[in-house]
Design a protein around this ligand. Structure first.
Ligand code: 9MR
Length: 364
C-alpha cells in the first residue's frame, strides 16, 4: 500500500518537472527592454561602432528589436557624391538587423541639414525642375532598394521652424514651396506601398503652436490623399518639460489615427537654446537624486505612451544613442550631460529600470 503511494507520488513529481521544462522552453528568457514591451523598442546605431565594439553590439542585440541608423542612411551619406549612391553602410546596417530579427526604421529621406554641396549647387544652377527631379529620383532609388526590408521611413524631417507653427524655409521649400512635403510622401509610397511613412519633428511635445501647425499640415495632407501614415515625436526631452503638457499632446496625437513613434528619445538635465553649442551647464555632476528623478521621468513617459496612444497606433519607442558616452548631446550643445539609460561604461542606469517599470506596470 505504502509502496503504491510512493510510486504515485513519484509519478506526480515527474509530471510537475516535465511541465516545468515545457514552461521554461516556451517562455523566452527576458534579456532586455524589448522583452517587456508589446510594441517595438528601438535605438539609433552607427554600424561602424556595432562592428568595432562588442559590448555595445551585445547590448543593442539584447535590448532592442527596432533599429534606426543614426547617420548612415541620411542623404549626406547615401547621396554625398554626384552620380553615385553610397549604399555600403546602409546595406551593412540592414544585414545586421536581418541577422538579429530587428525591425529597421529608415531615417531620413528629406532633411535640410547636412545637404550635400553638389545638390545645393545644382539647385542654384538648374532651378526647381531639377530639384523636383532629384527629389523623386533619390527617394525612388533609396526606397525601392530597401522595399519590403525597411519597415518605415521618416520621409520628411523637421519641416517646421525650431519654435512656432511656421514652415522652415529649407532648400526644398525655397524651390518647391511646402509642396515638397506632399511630393516626398507620394514618391516614397510609389516606391514601396507597404512601408509606413512618417513625418518627424522635435519639440512638438512641448511647443503647442508648433504641434498645432504640424497637425494642420497633416490634416491638409490627408485631405489631399497624401499617403502619410505616421507621426514621429523625436522626444529630445529635458527634465523640466511638464508631463501634463506631454500628456495633452499625446492625447491629441492619438486622435489623428496615425501610427505614433517616439523616434529619438533622450532626457537631458541642463538647459539649452536648441542651437549648436547653445548649452548651459547648470548641473556639473549626476547625483543619486537626479538619477532617480530621471528614472521617474522615463517611467512616466512610457506610461503616457501606453495610456494615450491606442494600441494599434503604438509604432514603438526609439532611443537616440543609448549611452552617456556616445550621446550627440555633449558634442552638439557643448556640455556634459547624462541623457540616456546606459552610463559611460554601457551599464544600465536607474533610468533603464524606470523605463522598464513603465513597460511592466498596469495601466490605470
Ligand atoms: O545624432 C546625429 C549626429 O550624430 C549628427 O551629427 C547630426 C547631423 O546629421 O544628426 C544627429 O541626429 C539628429 C537626427 O538626425 C534628427 N533629429 C535631431 C538629431 C540630433 O541632432
Amino acid at each position: 500500500m505504502q509502496s503504491t503511494y510512493i510510486f504515485l507520488l513519484f509519478l506526480f513529481l515527474i509530471s510537475i518537472c516535465a511541465n516545468c521544462n515545457i514552461a521554461r522552453e516556451s517562455t523566452p528568457i527576458a534579456q532586455g527592454l524589448k522583452d517587456y514591451a508589446d510594441f517595438p523598442i528601438g535605438n539609433s546605431i552607427s554600424i561602424r561602432k556595432i562592428i568595432e565594439d562588442e559590448k555595445y553590439r551585445t547590448m543593442i542585440k539584447q535590448n532592442f528589436n527596432s533599429i534606426t541608423s543614426g547617420n548612415d542612411m541620411k542623404m549626406y551619406t547615401i547621396g554625398r557624391e554626384e552620380g553615385k549612391y553610397n549604399w555600403e553602410k546602409a546595406d551593412e546596417t540592414l544585414a545586421f538587423c536581418e541577422r538579429n530579427n530587428q525591425r529597421i526604421f529608415g531615417h531620413t529621406l528629406v532633411w535640410h541639414l547636412g545637404l550635400p554641396k553638389w545638390i545645393q549647387n545644382n539647385g542654384k544652377e538648374h532651378g526647381a525642375d531639377w530639384v523636383d527631379e532629384y527629389l523623386e529620383t533619390y527617394i525612388t532609388k533609396v526606397v525601392s532598394r530597401y522595399k519590403g526590408k525597411v519597415a518605415a521611413w521618416d520621409v520628411v524631417n523637421e519641416a517646421f521652424e525650431t519654435a512656432g507653427g511656421n514652415y522652415r524655409e529649407t532648400f526644398w521649400y525655397q524651390y518647391l514651396g511646402k509642396e515638397y512635403i506632399a511630393k516626398a510622401f507620394r514618391y516614397a509610397h510609389a516606391a514601396d506601398p507597404e512601408a509606413e511613412l512618417f513625418y518627424n519633428d522635435f519639440n512638438i511635445e512641448r511647443d503647442t503652436a508648433k504641434f498645432l501647425g504640424v497637425l494642420k499640415m497633416i490634416e491638409e495632407l490627408k485631405s489631399e490623399g497624401v499617403p502619410i501614415t505616421g507621426l514621429g515625436f523625436q522626444m529630445h526631452l529635458r527634465m523640466d518639460i511638464p508631463d501634463e503638457v506631454i500628456a495633452y499632446t499625446l492625447k491629441k496625437a492619438g486622435e489623428t489615427g496615425l501610427k505614433i513613434h517616439f523616434s529619438e528619445l533622450d532626457i537631458i538635465f541642463n538647459r539649452h537654446d536648441d542651437t549648436k553649442d547653445g548649452g548651459e551647464q547648470v548641473y556639473k555632476e549626476l547625483t543619486k537624486e537626479m538619477e532617480q528623478a530621471q528614472a521617474e521621468k522615463y517611467k512616466n513617459l512610457v506610461l503616457m505612451y501606453r495610456k494615450y496612444i491606442p494600441k494599434n497606433q503604438q509604432y514603438g519607442i526609439t532611443f537616440w544613442g543609448c549611452n552617456d558616452r556616445d550621446t550627440w548631446i555633449k558634442r552638439f550643445f557643448g556640455i556634459e550631460d547624462w541623457p540616456t539609460v546606459f552610463d559611460e561604461n554601457l551599464n544600465p542606469k536607474r533610468a533603464y529600470y524606470g523605463f522598464m517599470e513603465g513597460l511592466k506596470e498596469k495601466i490605470r
